[in-house]
Design a protein around this ligand. Structure first.
Ligand code: ADP
Ligand code: MG
Length: 221
């Protein structure tokens, strides 16, 4: 964990936020957030409950619209995309990981992963690297919560996204699964991807290139 490290942003950033603000009715969730994440960077975002962390991720994913500010991902202004453009952006550019895996209960593991796109060979590699071999033809209900979360990560990586957004992905995981998830994210950035992960988990924070803290809708510097 390296709080002081400068952004390792070479060339154009993969994610650029400038003056991002978002309120729900009278609740100010984000109050002028600016940050940049480079190619091959693993950035962790922490902060107290209600600080605006999930709001920030959902804005970047194009699931919410900002009140003010700019969100650029791989050079595209997310809030200017049309409805169809946003859907394509989420399918092609973004990989999303939630605290719970949110798998489709009646599809087996391989089909759950391939539901996000990608190809069978790459899905098989992810299944192996995440320690899920022997599980590919099981349905989610036959897996532990930790195994299900590893499937959730494989599904987020299978279409080779540019940026993975993860919201407390190791929240309730045993050490083996937490390590598999962190190593999977780490491998993704070694291969040139970028990661923004909301977490308080020391097992994740210690593997991040940078740790940012969000408090009351602002990045604390
Ligand atoms: P965090 O993920 O850091 O816990 P959130 O982004 O979920 O924070 O929420 C930030 C603030 O916005 C909180 O005060 C929360 O109660 C409020 N909030 C989040 N979503 C909504 C919503 N849909 N409607 C109203 N208020 C919301
Ligand atoms: Mg949250």
């Amino acid at each position: 964990m390296s709080e002081e490290k400068q952004p390792n942003v070479k060339g154009p950033p993969v994610l650029l936020l400038q003056g991002l603000s978002k309120s729900y009715e009278k609740v100010v969730a984000l109050d002028g957030v600016s940050l940049a994440i480079g190619e091959g960077e693993f950035v962790a975002l922490r902060g107290p409950s209600g600080a605006g962390k999930s709001t920030l991720l959902y804005l970047v994913a194009g699931l919410l619209t900002p009140d003010e500010g700019a969100i650029q991902v791989a050079g595209a202004e997310v809030s200017k995309l049309s409805g169809a453009g946003k859907t394509r952006f989420r399918k092609e550019v973004i990989g999303l990981v939630f605290q719970d895996a949110r798998l489709i209960p009646y599809l087996d593991i391989r089909a759950n992963i391939l539901a996000a796109g990608g190809d069978d060979d790459w899905a098989t590699q992810l299944i192996t690297s995440l320690g899920l071999e022997g599980r590919a033809s099981h349905v989610p209900g036959q897996l532990s919560a930790g195994e299900q979360q590893r499937v959730g990560l494989a599904r987020a990586l299978v279409h080779r996204p540019t940026l993975v957004l993860a919201d407390e992905p190791t929240g309730n995981l045993d050490d083996v699964s937490a390590e598999a998830v962190v190593n999977g994210l780490r491998q993704f950035v070694e291969d040139g991807g970028s990661v923004l992960v909301v977490t308080h988990d020391p097992r994740v924070l210690e593997k991040a290139d940078r740790v940012l803290t969000l408090e009351e809708g602002r990045i604390r510097s």
